[in-house]
Design a protein around this ligand. Sequence first.
Ligand SMILES: *Cc1c(COP(=O)(O)O)cnc(C)c1O
Length: 405
Amino acid sequence: MTDTERATDGAVAAAGAHSAHNYHPLPVVVASAEGAWVTDIEGRRYLDLLAGYSALNFGHRHPGLIAAAKDQLDRVTLTSRAFHHDRFGAFCAELAELCGMETVLPMNTGAEAVETAVKTARKWGYRVKGVPDGRARIVVADNNFHGRTTTIVSFSTDPEARADFGPYTPGFEIVPYGDLAALERAVDEDTVAVLLEPIQGEAGVLVPPPGYLAGVRELTRARNVLFMADEIQSGLGRTGATFACAHEGVVPDVYVLGKALGGGVVPVSAVVSSREVLGVFRPGEHGSTFGGNPLACAVGLKVIELLRTGEYQRRAAELGEHLHAELRLLVGDGAVTAVRGRGLWAGVDVDPALGTGRQVSERLLERGVLVKDTHGATIRIAPPLVVGKEDLDWALDQLRAVLRG
Ligand SMILES: *Cc1c(COP(=O)(O)O)cnc(C)c1O
């Protein structure tokens, strides 16, 4: 064993010694990163095909984002919402415009934004729709992933995410993802919202059948129900469009955003909707100490500016087409049983005979490629949108080599 290998083992052991074991990281200890590449404490480089679960859509340490953050660090970082600050108005206005909406409610993590959307829908239901007190229901899909709070895991169908965390929050109805008829049956006069991921990320990058999102849009409009799209992972360029809903020409009532909105620098999330919907909140009824802080707004403003260029969406669309064409060839070879996704986002089902998703991830790690398995034999490929085509092709070579065994 070399000294540097001992360095990794030591750092892995130190990380495990005093931390709760709620993650099972791959044995790589990152020390620095730039663009689509990270470097470990032994100086080995890896191409990052996870991109912080899409929190790093613009790559590690995008120069524009780092400059915006540094500039803000030299001015003011936190005021709390007890006072105004000079970045807040611009951030909300520009995010609303990017979304084609009117009103923004900024939070920090994705789960907080989902919680905010749930509270928004319930209040809207009672105050605007006229649902009798305590009866509001929200329809969600099976295999969803919306975060980790007690309310959110209450409507998860993943035993790992849910078991032993009850008692569970009532008021949610779960229907099969992609099944419009089931959704229609589940909606009644007390339904205030349908909450869906336009593509289910954690479930294995599941794309719903064509027409589903448009059907959900039509149904929710006809039945006076809010369509809330959780675009935390699918949004902000990943699929080749600013929002995954746009691939079906769909505009929901509520966007739930997070991950890439913080540019891989700070946690930034938001609920974005109309004045009518988000107008249900009065001072004191909802909030967050850090939500909409100056540093978050400065970074978020830069993220919006990057997205306005269209360059990242274009890259995701073009490189994504290439990625999916290459991955489909692997299905033909038999090593891969299915490939799903859109843009620079793919769920690859590996033939279980070749190993678990975890084993494939470990073999890719040895070859300098970072991926993460999700649910059994599925690996997820979601590089930063700044990844170079040659780098992506090199990573595909490594994947082919691993699958050849
Ligand atoms: C990651 C994710 C969340 C939760 O975001 P956190 O920042 O981890 O709380 C919610 N919804 C979707 C679709 C996600 O991918």
